[in-house]
Design a protein around this ligand. Structure first.
Ligand SMILES: Nc1ncnc2c1ncn2[C@@H]1O[C@H](COP(=O)(O)OP(=O)(O)O)[C@@H](O)[C@H]1O
Ligand SMILES: CC(=O)N[C@@H](CCC(=O)OP(=O)(O)O)C(=O)O
Length: 309
């Protein structure tokens, strides 16, 4: 056998940048240790296989680094594609899907049976970590019917849910057991006369409600744009940081896709979450960049300074 040798100095030299990267992450590792991070993975950010695999690596990395990641996933485009295959049209009002009972069955099947299963599978390639559930499981998320408001009119959009309560017990149990909960945004009906009913909840709204109920440190929303554009669609200047009050002022000007996201961020920081961020899910390892470096990308919403509302 011929042994391969390399001069000691070369080996040390090539390893050094890796060690530096690890050491640079130390303050962030210390700061975030034991903290809960709710990550919303949008259907539009799930565009290719390598991105999904990198997403799974990042989430597992957080878990192995001592954080408690909770994944809430979307799947709007996947639901629309399925409805299309069934010959059913997708209609949105005020950014929310008009959800007939027939569409509700498809929403539940695609989110819990397809998108969630795929994410659980990708995470579990790294070990027996991920457990999938919906808001129906152990009554995690309760909702009543949500009506949309279009041009000042109250519109019935079917089985769309307004979150009325979160019982985070099952998620806490999973986190304490070292698991990664992967949650589909379907809620059980809170109405006694609709027992057994289910509602379609926007995934951004569900993620924000969960972040508040879990006392999460961070809500991270991965989507298919760089962050919140100041003057969308006319310019691609991203707002990098804004306070809750600044965001509140901006909300009426926002267009549909961003509305539930930014409302969710506002709800989260007003509910005690330290930062809510909208980041570009199309950038590989954007979660790691956001948590462990100064080179965070996207938009960060922070609470108002003390004494200012
Ligand atoms: N001010 C804004 N800044 C960025 N994106 C915006 C803005 N207003 C509307 N949008 C739209 O919102 C979309 C993201 O929302 P959505 O399509 O629901 O994504 P996801 O599937 O990730 O939840 C963007 O692709 C963009 O088209
Ligand atoms: C009520 C409502 O609109 N629900 C969404 C749920 C999925 C979702 O929010 O997915 P994204 O995050 O990928 O947009 C829908 O049916 O499309």
């Amino acid at each position: 056998m011929t042994a391969t040798t390399e001069p000691q100095s070369t080996r040390r030299h090539t390893a050094l940048p890796k060690a530096r990267t690890l050491v640079e992450a130390l303050p962030w590792l210390t700061r975030h240790h034991g903290r809960t991070v709710v990550i919303k993975f949008g259907g539009n950010a799930m565009v290719d296989e390598s991105l999904k695999a990198a997403f799974a690596q990042d989430v597992v990395f957080l878990r192995q680094a001592g954080l408690k990641p909770v994944v809430v996933h979307g799947g709007g485009p996947q639901i629309s594609a399925h409805l299309d295959r069934l010959g059913l049209e997708s209609e949105f009002k005020a950014g929310l899907r008009v959800t007939t009972p027939e569409a509700m069955d498809a929403v539940r099947m695609v989110l819990a049976g397809q998108v969630q299963r795929e994410l659980v599978g990708l995470l579990n390639q790294h070990g027996p970590l991920a457990v999938g559930l919906t808001g129906e499981d152990a009554h995690l998320m309760a909702a009543t019917q949500h009506y949309a408001h279009v041009d000042g009119e109250r519109v019935d959009i079917g089985r769309v849910g307004e979150v009325t309560g979160i019982d985070p017990g099952i998620v806490r149990t999973l986190l304490d057991d070292g698991r990664i909960p992967v949650i589909s945004s379907i809620a059980h009906s809170a109405d006694a006369d609709d027992a057994g009913g289910v509602f379609n909840v926007n995934a951004d709204t569900a993620a924000a409600a969960l972040a508040v109920a879990l006392g999460a440190e961070t809500l991270m929303v991965l989507t298919d744009v760089e962050g919140l554009y100041a003057d969308w669609p006319h310019s691609d200047d991203v707002i990098s940081r804004l306070t809750a009050s600044e965001l509140e002022e901006l909300l009426p000007e926002l267009a549909s896709g961003m509305v539930p996201k930014m409302e969710g961020c506002l709800h989260a920081v007003r509910g005690g979450v330290t930062t809510a961020r909208v980041i570009d899910g199309r950038v590989q390892h954007s979660i790691l960049l956001e948590i462990f470096t100064d080179e965070g990308i996207g938009t960060m919403v922070v609470p108002d300074p003390e004494g200012q509302q």
